[in-house]
Design a binder for this molecule. Sequence first.
Ligand code: UDP
Ligand code: MG
Length: 314
Amino acid sequence: MKKKISIIVPCYNEEEALPIFYKEIKKIEEKMNYLHFEYIFVNDGSKDKTLDILRKLSKKDDKVRYISFSRNFGKEAAMLAGLEYSSGDYVTIMDADLQDPPYLLIEMYDAIEKEGYDCVGTRRVTRKGEPPIRSFFARMFYKIINKMSKTEMVDGARDFRLMTRQMVDSILELKEYNRYSKGLFSFVGYKTKWLEYENVERVAGTTKWSFWKLLIYAFEGIIAFSTVPLVVAAVIGILFFIVSFIMIIVIIAKTLMFGDPVGGWPSLVCIIFFVSGVQLFCLGIIGAYLSKTYLETKKRPIYIVKETEKDKKK
Ligand code: UDP
Ligand code: MG
């Protein structure tokens, strides 16, 4: 019997890219006729005609399933929903904009089937077509997070990867609310092969990521996979304690030796400003972890489904 592959596609305002994506992936389906294909498109609260396109696709092609969210929940939520709905022996996640080249699937499948890997990930080795400042910050981020976290994050790794059912089930065991997939994939372990390719620009539509959104995402990654910032806060505190202790001794000694001329108001103000700044910074770090814990304890759903292909076919 043919094995099944599930292709998960998170879509947010992808009306322009979707038809092109569908055409391209169908070509790969024909080439990989030794597998049964299942498509799971996740409409992440798109404001354009994405949902209409998905409804039509699922009507004419019963390999196409879709899940439509009640609002935009973000790509992480869309990926999770896709993984939960998938039923394939192999599962892959692909962007709708063809930045994840579908032809790689053939090679990825062979690596799992013939070389005994559990997962094949993809890495962009170039960041061509991306603003240089963004690439610079991205590189810095990977350097920092890899120093801070035991979970390895691969620079340039995409969410595009092919996994075995066993690995997908392990990922689904991780029930956390604050999901940072790059870390989760790495956390579960398994034997992963990396395929490298040159960056491709999206076929249509525009990127959903602004610099600001990426920066916040980066901080979330660090907080989700490292507690080093909390240690940094403690270390700063100890350092300041030692420095102030030395200063007290110096001041006492100076007063005893030279008397007590009142002065040093400007330096005092500077010290107060500096120290209170550091205190607020450390409080901010603690607050960041606290807020994440707060959200975890609420156990809110990660996504809410409004409609799936089953609703329409009745
Ligand atoms: N996406 C999503 N929800 C969002 C943002 C993005 O499902 O809130 C999808 C988007 O439709 C695309 C994929 O995630 O299929 C990657 O988004 P994009 O191409 O904008 O990111 P980039 O490739 O620029 O990192
Ligand atoms: Mg893209």
